[in-house]
Structure formats: structure tokens, C-alpha cells
Ligand binder design. Structure first.
Ligand code: K7E
Ligand code: CUA
Length: 661
């Protein structure tokens, strides 16, 4: 075993060195003619639009970035799990509750797998779901506003990695635990892990109209590590598949101890059967503390609610719903082809990829062709479920996506390449190097029934010499391929934000037309909203000062405020009165311990300021909004604690404000 690991890593190092050399570079610059045609394929004329959106995970940035394909242009970084000063997310009073958890406000997250909602097995462009790995959470992002609308914490889970994947009609989003942990959490010796830790597979229901999520049930699986997941398609659509590793249930020196078994499993879960079982009163409510944070569209604010129980299902209570499929050691990727027949497990340490057959699985279950069980869950005989093995396609297989022509595309981390192979024949058709050490890849719709298969995006962990150096850390990157022909053609490199794990892509038509342009002022029910300048005011409540402020090109109302004192807590509740597309205003106050706020037309947002020093302190608009943007500014006069400066506020000197004492 040790020898094997050693040889894999020697090759890994060798391959890094060999593909990092300048020789490779020369070769690519020699292909002048090809480079010309590749340039045309990614060229989107100024003023024209890309054909596809790509939503690329921000990895340890915690965010989700939005790119255009084929240009590779970055349009937006959507803040999800991390505070974002650019947009005021996680700093404004309205968005802070979105980051609430049972551990308090968590300002950061590690996002891995975005997945677009589906209807009849095709991506429908309504929402993107994405997981947070570190403090287990699932987020839902609206593709009308491109804003995070909901975040739900996943209890009894740790390293929320086999997440977030949706079923064919977005009935459920799935969140599987990577770490086995005590379930429920408790104080116990780590050495007693085996048999005592559990692995939670959580199914979140999704409201078909509004998208609202809820934890429908949690399955208390044996304490393995559940690494990746994929729903079935077509005939297999009632099933969900999860790769597992560390079936050894080791808790120390994992790189060796979790690689002992020659085979680990893909867990097959019939979620329809579990759903039925739960609908008939099955499962047990168990205490669990987790936050459920939802954006309220009318009130323009997130509301966080703490929940205290989940419905837990013991797999042994639902016979016929759970099976283990033996799969080459320590598999990572778990992918199902568009027909739903082939289930691909990528054993990152194995020399072969395991391809299971759904129809064989069903037959084996009927014939009870089992090879024992693990904690009461039948293990299907390997031969009875295995469709075949793809031998030596490359080194370190991680993830697979599919086209609509029966081909699979698999990334190989160690040999730094994408390999195209035919799923039915198990023959390798093409291979292309990537630069370097690729993780996931994405074909728009490539994990659905209906791949939209012109482009493939490979997401690389290491870029070495591919970009201008920027100190010890160089950017991570995506590479765009044209896969419409027999051979893959590399078209473009573009840098990504954070570590690109997975991505989700979709035709622009499915999103473009319904993208929101403004928030209608008349629908704004924020308790501190103002609908026009006449409603602006300043109100004192003890040591709190509430400023009901408006902004419109190119002034704030009020713009001069007096009577604030050291020791006060000042709330700026600011409404952008604009009702025009693409006219946000910003606001920032000297000394405020928060970010600026960027406020969209028709929206109300709040930040707080606790002045520490007497003086006259300015605030200003942070977003260049008109020719008179520089004039969009104002002052707050701060007097000493206990002084009797009256509270007043003005827009111009002729309209003195009232004293609200
Ligand atoms: Cu392979 Cu988190 Cu999907 Cu990264 S994971 S590569
Ligand atoms: Cu408003 Cu600049």
C-alpha cells in the first residue's frame, strides 16, 4: 500500500515538473493559425453578449462568480458565505442575519459545488444552490436578482461536501457530510469513533414556486466519509448516489489508514422510498440546533430563525432503500450520465475507474446478489453491479461530465489532463493536457439529462507559468474547450476568484430576459423606508439616532445633521429613490466600522456608526452616479456627550428640521 502511494506521488511531482517547463509554452505559441481560429471562437464583439452564463464556485473566497462564455469575462461576484465590502453584504444590518449560524455570525465560508435548479431533468435558470463546506450550510441564490436569498445550516454534519445537488425537478437539494461525527454532537473519546460516529445525508425540500428550503429529513448513515453525490436521471431518478471513503473508519494518519480497503463504496439511496416512509409518519424527531436565514423581499432584509429539531431516518428502518456498491478505493467523483444508466466512480488513488450499471443494480437487488452488509445495509456483489472498468485512462481521476452524444469527460489531477471516453464502449477517444492539476470540469447542463455541449470548462488548481507572476501566489484558473468536434480544442485561459471547485453553466436565454432591473419603490415595506424626500427625518430614541435618509441623483436628504453626540449609535437607513436600471448609489461615513453600502434602485439598506470624536464629519456617495457625483455628500455634526446641541437636519438651509427630543 505504502509503495503504491509513493509511486503515485512520484508521478505527480514528475508530471508537475514536466508540464511546467518552457518547452510546452513554445509549442503552444507555434500554433499560430490554430490560435487565430481559437481567438475568433471566444471573441464576443464589444456590445454583444455571451451565449452562456457560467457560475463558478469561489472556493475559499466563499462566494460565487458569474462569467460569460465563451469570452471568459467576469461579470459579477455574488456574495454568499463571506462578507463583501464591495456590496455591503454581511456588513449592512439587513444582510448580517444571512450569515447567522448556531455558532453565531460566521463572516466566511468555503464554497464548493454550485448546481442550477432543474425542471424535467434540464437546468431551468431559476436558482443556483451552493454548499458551504466548513460550517455546513446550503445557500440558494436567485437568478432574477443574482443575490443570495436563503441560507440554511446543516446540523449533525461536518465538512458539507457531497452537496449541493438537485433532483430532476428540484424536489430536493442534497447535503452529505464529509466527516463522520457524533450524531448528535457530544463529548466522547475520538478513539471510539468506529461504529459510534455517523454520517448524515440531509435532504432539503425546495418549494416549487418560491424556492424556500427546509430540512425534510436526515439519514443517519454509517460513519464513513461521504465525498461527492449525484442524483439519478430518467429511470434512476428516484435514486441518489454518494461516494464514500474511509470505510475503514480510521481517525488518525488518514492518508494511510483510510486507504487500507481495496474498495470503498458508492452508497445508493432511493430517496422516493425514504420520502414515502417519512410521509407515512416514519422517522424520529431529534433535537438539533441550526439557523435558517431567509431574505424577505418586501421588507428588504434577511430574517434569521433558530430551529431546534430534525427528522432523522435510520436506514435499517427503510428496507429496499439503501445499498452499497463496491467501488475502487477512496473514490472522489460520483457522476451519473444523462441516460441515468451509468454511475461513474473516480477512485483518485486507483489505476482504474469504476462504472456501475443502474439496470444491473436493480437486477442484483431483485436477486439479492449481495456480498454481506455494512451496519445492516446490503453490499451488492461487485460483479453483479459493475458495468465495467476503464483501465489506466490517466492518473488521479476526479470528476466526470457528459455530452449528449454518449461521451464522458474526466479530469485527471495527477496527469493534468481531460480525457474523453465513450461511456458504452469504455474506450478512450481523446485526451488534452490542462495547465495544471485540474479539479472539476463543467459542461453547461453536463450533469443533467440534456447537456448543452458546445463548451467544456476545466478548473485548475495550479497555474505556474500561465500568467504574469504576482508574487508567491498566482491565480487559479479555468480553461475553455470547444468540444463540438471529435477532438477537444483548447480555446482560452481565464483566471478565477478563489479556488474554482465546481461550476454550473446555462444558456443565457434561460436567464437574461427575467433579470431584475429595479426594486419597485411602492413595494418596499422596509420599516425605515422613505418613498420621497418629504418623508426623510431624524429621530432620537435614547442614545440611538435613526436617520431616515434618501438618495437620488445627486444628493442625500437630509444632507446636514446636527445634534449627534459621542456615545450615540447612529443608524443610517438609506433608501435609493431611483427607479432607473443600473443607477445604484453608495454611502460611506468617516470612521464607520463597516463597509460602504451600495444601494440598488428602490432598496432600503442600513449601516450603523458610533462616533468616537467631536467634530463635523462628512459622508459621501461611493459610486460614480452622475456628472455631479462628487457633490453627492453631507455632514454630521458630533457634539460632546451630554451637550445640548439640538437635533436638526436639513436638505437646504431654508428647511430646518424639527427637534425630536
Ligand atoms: Cu473535487 Cu470540493 Cu468537488 Cu474541489 S472537490 S476539485
Ligand atoms: Cu450617488 Cu454617486
Amino acid at each position: 500500500m505504502k509503495l503504491f502511494i509513493k509511486s503515485v506521488f512520484t508521478i505527480a511531482i514528475a508530471s508537475l515538473v514536466s508540464c511546467g517547463g518552457p518547452a510546452e509554452k513554445k509549442e503552444s505559441t507555434n500554433k499560430g493559425a490554430l490560435a487565430g481560429s481559437a481567438a475568433e471562437k471566444v471573441y464576443v464583439k464589444p456590445g454583444e453578449h455571451d451565449s452562456h452564463y457560467a457560475f463558478i464556485s469561489g472556493g475559499f473566497s466563499g462566494q460565487l462568480s458569474v462569467y460569460g462564455l465563451p469570452s471568459g469575462r467576469l461579470f459579477r461576484v455574488i456574495p454568499v458565505f463571506s462578507q463583501d465590502p464591495e456590496k455591503g453584504y454581511g456588513y449592512s444590518e439587513e444582510t448580517k442575519p444571512m450569515l447567522n449560524t448556531s455558532h453565531g455570525l460566521i463572516p466566511w465560508g468555503d464554497s464548493h459545488h454550485p448546481d442550477i435548479s432543474q425542471t424535467n431533468g434540464s437546468v431551468d435558470g431559476r436558482w443556483v444552490f451552493i454548499n458551504e463546506n466548513n460550517t455546513p450550510r446550503i445557500a440558494r441564490i436567485s437568478l432574477e436578482t443574482f443575490e443570495t436569498e436563503e441560507i440554511i445550516e446543516i446540523p449533525n454534519s461536518a465538512g458539507n461536501h457531497s452537496s449541493s445537488y438537485v433532483t430532476e425537478n428540484s424536489e430536493y437539494v442534497v447535503a452529505g457530510t464529509r466527516f463522520a461525527v457524533p450524531f448528535p454532537q457530544r463529548d466522547m473519546p475520538i478513539s471510539e469513533m468506529k461504529g459510534n460516529f455517523k454520517g448524515a445525508l440531509t435532504f432539503l425540500s425546495v418549494d416549487p414556486e418560491k424556492g424556500d428550503m427546509d430540512i425534510a429529513f436526515q439519514i443517519k448513515m454509517p460513519g464513513f466519509n461521504y465525498d461527492k453525490a449525484h442524483p439519478g436521471r430518467n429511470a434512476s431518478s428516484d435514486w441518489f448516489f454518494f461516494t464514500t471513503y474511509n470505510t475503514e473508519e480510521a481517525n488518525t494518519l488518514m492518508e494511510v489508514n483510510a486507504s487500507q480497503n481495496d474498495k470503498d463504496f458508492i452508497a445508493a439511496v432511493n430517496w422516493k422510498k425514504v420520502e414515502e416512509y417519512v410521509a407515512n409518519g416514519g422517522g424520529k424527531k431529534e433535537p438539533a440546533r441550526y439557523a435558517h436565514n431567509k431574505w424577505n423581499e418586501e421588507k428588504h432584509m434577511a430574517i434569521s430563525e433558530m430551529k431546534d429539531e430534525v427528522l432523522v431516518v435510520d436506514p435499517r428502518d427503510v428496507p429496499g432503500a439503501f445499498y452499497f456498491l463496491p467501488t475502487a478505493k477512496s473514490p472522489h467523483g460520483c457522476d451519473v450520465d444523462p441516460t441515468g444508466e451509468y454511475i461513474v466512480g473516480s477512485g483518485k488513488l486507483a489505476a482504474a475507474m469504476t462504472i456501475h450499471s443502474y439496470s444491473k443494480m436493480i437486477k442484483a437487488i431483485e436477486n439479492k446478489d449481495f456480498d454481506g452488509d455494512a451496519y445492516g445495509i446490503p453490499i451488492i456483489n461487485f460483479e453483479a453491479v459493475n458495468y465495467g472498468v476503464l483501465n489506466q485512462p490517466g492518473l488521479g481521476p476526479l470528476h466526470t461530465e457528459f455530452d449528449s452524444r454518449g461521451n464522458a469527460y474526466t479530469t485527471f489531477f495527477i496527469s493534468s489532463e481531460v480525457v474523453k471516453w465513450n461511456v458504452k464502449d469504455l474506450t478512450v477517444l481523446d485526451r488534452h493536457p490542462v495547465y495544471y492539476s485540474v479539479g472539476h470540469l463543467m459542461i453547461p447542463g453536463g450533469n443533467s439529462r440534456t447537456p448543452d455541449d458546445k463548451y467544456l470548462v476545466a478548473m485548475n488548481k495550479i497555474t505556474k507559468d500561465r500568467y504574469l507572476p504576482t508574487g508567491p501566489e498566482v491565480c487559479q484558473s479555468a480553461q475553455l474547450f470547444d468540444i463540438s468536434g471529435d477532438k477537444m480544442e483548447l480555446l482560452l485561459d481565464f483566471p478565477t476568484i478563489g479556488e474554482p471547485h465546481y461550476a454550473a453553466g446555462i444558456a443565457a436565454e434561460k436567464i437574461k430576459a427575467k433579470s431584475k432591473k429595479i426594486f419597485r419603490l411602492e413595494d418596499n415595506e422596509h420599516p425605515y423606508a422613505v418613498k420621497n424626500e418629504a418623508e426623510t427625518k431624524v429621530v432620537r430614541k435614547g442614545n440611538e439616532v435613526h436617520i431616515y435618509m434618501s438618495m437620488i441623483r445627486s444628493h442625500f436628504s437630509p444632507d446636514n445633521i446636527e445634534g449627534v453626540k459621542v456615545g450615540d449609535k447612529v443608524y443610517f437607513h438609506v433608501t435609493n429613490l431611483e427607479q432607473d436600471y443600473d443607477v445604484p448609489h453608495g454611502i460611506a461615513m468617516i470612521g464607520a466600522q463597516t463597509s460602504e453600502l451600495l444601494i440598488m434602485p428602490g432598496r432600503t439598506t442600513t449601516f450603523t456608526w458610533e462616533p468616537k470624536q467631536v467634530g463635523v464629519w462628512p459622508f459621501y456617495c461611493t459610486d460614480f452616479c452622475s456628472a455631479l457625483h462628487q457633490e453627492m455628500q453631507g455632514y454630521v455634526r458630533v457634539s460632546a456627550k451630554g451637550s445640548n446641541t439640538p437635533l436638526k437636519y436639513t436638505l437646504d438651509d431654508e428647511v430646518p428640521g424639527e427637534d425630536d427630543f
